[in-house]
Design a protein around this ligand. Structure first.
Ligand code: SF4
Ligand code: SF4
Length: 115
């Protein structure tokens, strides 16, 4: 199985909750992004994200993550096999059909089930 490591735009983002400077927040397009001006490079968000969806940018010493290309992801357009699908943020038929990341994660043992 190939499981891409990318930010999943969590509904309850652990990265944002861990950030001491509130540098991670939704922009006007409802996309979670990192504010370079506020990031101090503490790496708390990296430690908090259980999906490996946020990393440090060595040249700047600040956090970087997928920003969905501002709503029009290049990876989705570039894949000739349509293997990458951008699902709506809100639960609907498509999300239910694919199961969502919570289902995938628990299926492959990436997240410990709550008792
Ligand atoms: S960086 Fe991690 S915790 Fe934050 S929104 Fe992306 S996947 Fe979720
Ligand atoms: S590295 Fe930047 S974005 Fe991440 S928790 Fe620290 S200040 Fe916030």
């Amino acid at each position: 199985m190939i499981l891409p490591v990318v930010c999943l735009q969590c509904e309850k983002p652990l990265c944002a909750g861990s950030c001491p400077t509130l540098a991670i927040a939704k922009n006007s397009k409802d996309i979670l992004v990192v504010d370079d001006e506020l990031c101090i490079g503490c790496k708390d968000c990296m430690a908090a994200c259980i999906y490996g969806g946020i990393v440090m940018d060595p040249p700047t010493g600040r956090a970087i993550k997928c920003d969905l290309c501002q709503g029009d992801p290049v990876c989705v357009k570039a894949c000739p096999y349509a293997a990458i699908v951008m699902l709506p943020a809100k639960p609907d038929g498509a999300r239910e059909r694919y199961g969502g990341i919570e289902t995938l994660s628990s299926s492959y043992g990436l997240v410990k089930e709550e008792a």
